[in-house]
Design a protein around this ligand. Structure first.
Ligand code: IYR
Length: 231
């Protein structure tokens, strides 16, 4: 007997559009070349105000939108802000939260963990960098008549999209910072986003300041033995 889940007209398989079939040696070389390229990616906290064409950001967002995701619901929204008044407000609100966080709300253990990164409540990059991308996760869809439709694996999906975005920005020659003021509910109001969307992070994008630094700690990466096991 055919069960309902075995057959559905909405399922229309098409041939896999692209075959690579690289020889093993070429795969190994390509994997190594990509690792070397990604090893040059570093989170930066000091941004230049040098402008970046909007088209670069648009294309990187299209790349983010290619991320694998739950039931292909693509449960993300990117609110993109160039310099302006909204950015001043975001900085004000974020720094107010961060001052409390660093003054003790985080707790001793968390603050100790952050010491090697040298972070503090000052977030000038929220105004300096040419672009802020506020990433929202759509916990459910809302139809115009207010009906809710559930989304799936929302945090995982949007997290992967952020990974694609950060990788695409790096590939374009830009630097980024994934910034997470906490709590960040104020972002809904400033970006005019509905209640079904939860801000997940701000991706700050641009060029590094001339005197930009990275914490030495950032070079401390786990070895393969430390982070993987093969069976
Ligand atoms: N959101 C704070 C604190 C912070 C937390 C973690 I975990 C970091 O990896 C970095 C910073 C801030 O932006 O300063």
């Amino acid at each position: 007997m055919t069960e309902a889940w075995q057959e559905d007209a909405s399922y229309q398989p098409i041939p896999y559009p692209e075959r690579f079939d690289y020889p093993d040696a070429e795969m190994i070389a390509r994997a190594g070349a990509f690792h070397a390229a990604m090893k040059k990616r570093h989170t930066v906290r000091e941004f230049s105000d040098r402008p970046v064409p909007r088209e670069v950001i648009e294309t990187c967002l299209l790349t983010a939108g290619l991320a694998p995701n739950g039931a292909n619901r693509q449960p993300w929204h990117f609110a993109v802000l160039g310099p302006g008044e909204k950015r001043r407000l975001i900085r004000q609100k974020a720094e107010a939260e961060e001052r409390e966080f660093y003054a003790g709300r985080a707790g001793r253990e968390w603050l100790d963990a952050l010491k090697p990164l040298g972070t503090d409540p000052a977030k000038p990059f929220l105004e300096t960098a040419p672009w802020l991308i506020v990433v929202f996760a759509q916990r459910y869809d809302l139809s115009p008549d207010g009906e809710k439709r559930k989304n799936y694996y929302v945090t995982e999906s949007v997290g992967i999209a952020c990974g694609f975005l950060v990788t695409a920005l790096h590939n374009a020659g830009l630097v980024s910072l994934t910034h997470t003021p906490s709590p960040m509910g104020f972002l809904n109001q400033i970006c005019g986003r509905p209640e079904n969307e939860k801000p997940l992070m701000i991706v700050v994008a641009g060029h590094p300041a001339a005197d930009a630094t990275i914490p030495k700690e950032a070079l401390n990466k786990k070895s393969l033995e430390e982070m993987a096991s093969f069976f």
